[in-house]
Design a binder for this molecule. Structure first.
Ligand code: NAD
Length: 417
């Protein structure tokens, strides 16, 4: 028999099943949540620069809309397939419910390799994809956003195409747009900032003063560099950072604004003179209070989990801790802020963007950041309460909070009988 344990869709189903059983909810909750309510597979024909027609396969999955219209990113990647999109949509249901956003989970994508396409081809493909799914998306139905290999420019072409089809500007269709056409202030930094807010709240609940903590950050991209900069700004000592070429260490702390300036001029971290080089492996095992893995999946594994000395692991990346490592860390008493909350700052500010679009009233960056902190801290506190009540990992607690909330909505809407 095929090993289905690595199939993300099967794993997402198992997580919901476990949550329904732990909470003692009616079995109908799992019967509804174990698959998406709607799945679309579309052929996306577009004209290549050489004049030939090519057809790619696109997907949009709407998992559950009990709490509101579905929401989730669009991924352009050769490995995009239906099971992966379904799993990611289910995961968005959890994220949105956990953060108390008035959304259900959705996800979409096109199986394609953007490196093989010119910019004009990406534009034509993006517009054709929107034509293919325009009837099933909308500001009150399903709201896409950027994900792997999609960006604000692609979102701009998509919102433009939808607006042309409908004959009206519909900025609330999609989030992660450029600022000039209804994007939100603070959206670019939202994921790294939200990661720090959630982790700071957990530290507070554990009696660790974030402002005095020693911090290590793996990955210095959109998420990692912002998490490092905000930790530094709050007074924490960032002793190590890294990117794909290796890490930097300074026991006395790295001046992150100075390092960002170095990176701007040298386009790399390597060679920064005010810290020593270390490997990515060494970085993960440093004696710090807080470790932020913010690069790739599967970085903390059964092999190195026993050597992790951080008190808190704040997951910025998606899936940086394997299930085996998760169990080892739990036994060691290391608390893990799971990715489902750790990197939810992006979707939270996406929600703020949609609110601003719908009300046509735009907020200051301070207002966005203040509200982001409120949402992240509240979700962290609830997850922590569930963790204490049921004695499970914070990751499982996230599913408990989310499943209970979605189940309540389904119950009052009369879906369960
Ligand atoms: N950007 C977002 O808003 C967002 C939202 C949710 C989740 N995430 C997740 O966060 C993670 C990082 O995303 P990002 O947007 O910062 O990407 P990015 O491409 O901007 O940055 C990735 C960073 O990781 C580094 N890196 C790559 N391989 C590495 C390795 N082996 N060891 C150490 N560092 C390595 C890169 O050099 C780079 O600094 C991904 O898992 C992504 O799915 C990002």
């Amino acid at each position: 028999m095929a090993d289905t344990s690595l199939n993300p869709y099967v794993r997402a189903q198992q997580s919901f099943k476990e949550a329904v059983e732990t909470l003692g909810l009616e079995p109908a909750v799992y019967e509804i949540l174990k698959q998406p309510m709607r799945t679309f597979e579309v052929a996306v024909p577009f004209i290549r620069d050489d004049g030939n027609l090519q057809v790619f396969t696109g997907y949009r999955v709407q998992h559950n809309d009990a709490l509101g219209p579905t929401k989730g990113g669009l991924r352009f990647h050769p490995n995009v397939n239906l099971d992966e999109v379904k799993a990611l949509a289910m995961w968005m249901t959890v994220k949105c419910a956990l953060l108390e956003l008035p959304y259900g989970g959705g996800k979409g994508g096109i199986a394609c390799d953007v490196d093989q396409l010119s910019e004009r081809e990406i534009e034509r493909l993006s517009r054709e994809y929107i034509r293919a799914i325009n009837l099933v998306i909308g500001p009150d139905k399903d709201i896409p956003a950027p994900d792997v290999s999609t960006n604000p420019q692609i979102m701009a072409w998509m919102v433009d195409e939808y607006s042309r089809i409908r004959g009206e500007n519909t900025f609330g269709l999609i989030t992660g747009k450029p600022l000039v056409i209804g994007g939100s202030r603070g959206r670019v930094e939202a994921t790294g900032r939200g990661l720090v807010f959630a982790t700071r709240q957990l530290a507070k609940e554990l009696g660790i003063e974030f402002e005095k903590a020693r911090v290590a950050v793996q990955g210095f991209g959109n998420v990692g560099s912002v998490a490092a900069a905000i930790s530094h700004e709050l007074g924490a000592t960032v002793v190590a950072v890294s990117d794909k070429d290796g890490g930097l260490y300074n026991a006395g702390g790295i001046n992150i604004p100075d390092l960002l300036e170095y990176k701007r001029t040298h386009r790399a971290l390597k060679g920064y003179p005010k810290a020593e080089p270390i490997s990515n492996q060494e970085l993960l095992e440093l004696p710090v209070d807080i470790l932020f893995p913010a690069a790739l999946e599967n970085q903390i594994t059964a092999d190195n989990a026993k050597n992790i000395r951080a008190k808190i692991v704040g997951e910025g990346a998606n899936g940086p801790t394997t299930p085996e490592a998760d169990a080892i860390l739990f036994d060691k008493g290391v608390m893990v802020v799971p990715d489902v909350l750790g990197n939810a700052g992006g979707v939270t500010v996406s929600y703020f963007e949609w609110v601003q679009n719908q009300t046509r009233f735009y907020w200051s960056e301070e207002e966005v950041n203040h509200r982001l902190e409120e949402y992240m801290s509240r979700a962290m506190a609830e997850m922590h309460r569930m963790h204490e009540r049921y004695g499970v990992t914070l990751r499982k607690a996230a599913y408990l909070v989310a499943t209970e909330r979605v189940a309540s909505a389904m119950r009052v809407r009369g879906w369960l009988k």
